[in-house]
Every structure is written in C-alpha cells, then in structure tokens.
Design a protein around this ligand. Structure first.
Ligand code: 13P
Ligand code: SF4
Length: 302
C-alpha cells in the first residue's frame, strides 16, 4: 500500500477501534509523524495512566508496552511487531537480583524501566533516566541495588554520593556504548560552537565530556538553552529535536547509533496491528501486581 493510503487507513482504523498511538522519541520519522503522543519512557508511562482510548498501539520496545499494560490492565495494548525488543532489558534476570539481595539484604532494589515485568516484580521501585537521581536521593538507604544499566548506575552514584551496586555488572545498551572519546573529539572539531547533550546510558568517560546529561525528554526541555548541539543518543532523536526546533542546529554524534528494536516498527506494522489487533501484550496478574507497585511508587516519588 502507498504511504498516503496507509496513513489514511491507520486513521480510519484508529477511529473504528477507539485507539491511540503512543511512540517513543527513537521511532522512525514516519511513525513519529503519525503518533498521537510522543515521549521518553517516563512521559509514556505517565500518559499510559490517563489514556481514555480502549486500545493503545505502542510504538516502542516491549518493556515500554508492558509498562503501559501493567498500568492499564483493562485496556488492550498492542506491540506492532514482536521484534521490538530492548537488548539491555534482556540482560537482567531475576537470579541477578536474588543474588544481590543475598549480599545486600537491606539495600532497596531500584530497576531502570528498561527491564522485564518479571524483574520489575522483584523491585522496590522503578526509575527512568529522567528521574533516577531524584528517586534514589529520596530512598532512605545509602546502599542501592540498581539494574540493569551500569552506566546509569554510575551516573546515579556520582550524583547522589550513594553506593550503587550494578546488577548485572555488565548491563549496558549496545547503541549508547558505541559513543567514544573519539566521537567527542570529532564533534568538537567539526562543530566548535556546539554543546554536547549526552544520554546517561553512555559510557562514564563520555558523560564526563557532556554539557548536559539527560533523558530524551530532558534533551527536548534543555535544547532551547543553546543554538547548536551534538546529540549523543539514538540517531532518530535528531529528527525529533529538529522538527520541534527548526531554528536550532542538531548533529548526531554518530550516524550508526541505531536501536534495532526501535527501528523494527514501520507504518505497515502499525496498520496490520490495528487491522488484526496484534500483538496483544499480556502480563500474568501475579507478576503485574508486584511490578505495578514498583512503577506506581516511581510515579509518586517523581
Ligand atoms: P529515555 O527514557 O531517555 O527516552 O530512554 C529510553 C531508552 O531506551 C534509552 O535508550
Ligand atoms: Fe534498549 Fe538501548 Fe534500544 Fe534504549 S536504545 S531501547 S536501551 S537497546
């Protein structure tokens, strides 16, 4: 089907199903352009609590769609393709948390939302990169078990002065791990007037060079502070920022910083998803109930 026709059909099906399309800032431009709501992980979780529609088509990766379902058990949440997965979330297993709890029985378990529902069910509270520092600061403990991103754990430890134990020790995002000091050097050489905005999933030595370290939602909020930025996160963030702020210049720090899971969703998948009501996200209630407590605690604390 041609693109124009696809967009028309998606709009028609959305009305028929009373559906809303929620999308993450890393989605392909064609998906961003038809989304009813675009945001970072925290904004998407917040929005999911207050959706009136019967159906949420979630253009993001699986843990985000699962979070929306956990917060909205009565609604149908559709993930347009099963290939929309987060490699980092898959690195954390329940056993990692159970082992860490044996070593640090009094430490609260703080999980980045980039984690499975099964592991969230073992958490005291979840966080996103937008609120991790705020939430950890408020916890009444100097030792925190934190998973699965070791780089976000490093950032939180540095900002709060607390002892943050990463689980697993090697948890990382392969997209953000691509950025190196050579990219920083090249950015400074090519764009001497630009400032650097860096996602906290980047390696600590890249974080050290940043002008701002923020979530993708934070990048949108902070962008008007300067007129030229080099962006150290997934490539499509530059599309999102440039569309919002046509008078500010944004350069991707690397063209190849691409999240395969995010890019798995196309307009055609969204059309098929609405047409055939697939793939419905299901979380067993015994897991959802515990995971919901950890997510709701985050929403209350931030
Ligand atoms: P944000 O919450 O900053 O959008 O990050 C989500 C993510 O998956 C980053 O890789
Ligand atoms: Fe997961 Fe990294 Fe993709 Fe974010 S960019 S969804 S952390 S794999």
């Amino acid at each position: 089907m041609e693109r124009e026709k696809l967009v028309e059909e998606i709009a028609r099906l959305k009305e028929e199903r009373n559906a809303i399309i929620m999308a993450h800032n890393y989605q392909l431009p064609e998906v961003q352009d038809i989304a009813d709501f675009l945001g970072d992980s925290l904004e998407l979780a917040r929005k999911a609590v207050n959706v009136d529609a019967d159906v949420i088509v979630f253009a993001g990766v699986d843990f985000m769609a699962e979070t929306a379902k956990i917060l909205n058990p009565g609604k149908t949440v559709l993930l347009p393709t099963r290939r929309a997965t987060c490699a980092m979330a898959e690195m954390l297993r329940p056993e990692h948390i159970i082992e860490a709890k044996k070593k640090y029985p009094d430490a609260p378990v703080v999980l980045y939302v980039n984690s499975s529902a099964e592991t969230k069910a073992l958490a005291d509270v979840t966080v996103t990169s937008a609120n991790a520092v705020r939430v950890v600061e408020k916890l009444d403990s100097e030792v925190i078990i934190f998973g699965p991103d070791k780089n976000l754990a490093h950032y939180v430890a540095k900002q709060t002065g607390k002892k943050v134990i990463p689980v697993p020790e090697y948890g990382h995002c392969y997209v953000h791990r691509k950025f190196t000091l050579e990219d920083v050097e090249r950015a400074r050489r090519l764009y001497p007037n630009a400032k650097l905005m860096v996602h906290p999933e980047c390696e600590p030595e890249v974080q050290e060079e940043a002008d701002v370290i923020v979530s993708t939602g934070g990048m949108i909020k902070r962008a008007p502070e300067w007129d030229e930025w080099v962006v150290f996160t997934e490539r499509e963030m530059v599309y999102r920022l440039s569309k919002l702020y046509p008078n500010i210049r944004f350069h991707p720090a690397r063209e190849d910083a691409t999240c395969i899971g995010m890019k798995a969703i196309t307009l055609n998948h969204i059309y098929e998803s609405l047409k055939d009501m697939k793939y419905a996200v299901e979380v067993p209630e015994r897991i959802a109930e515990k995971a919901r407590k950890a997510i709701e605690k985050m929403l209350e604390m931030s």
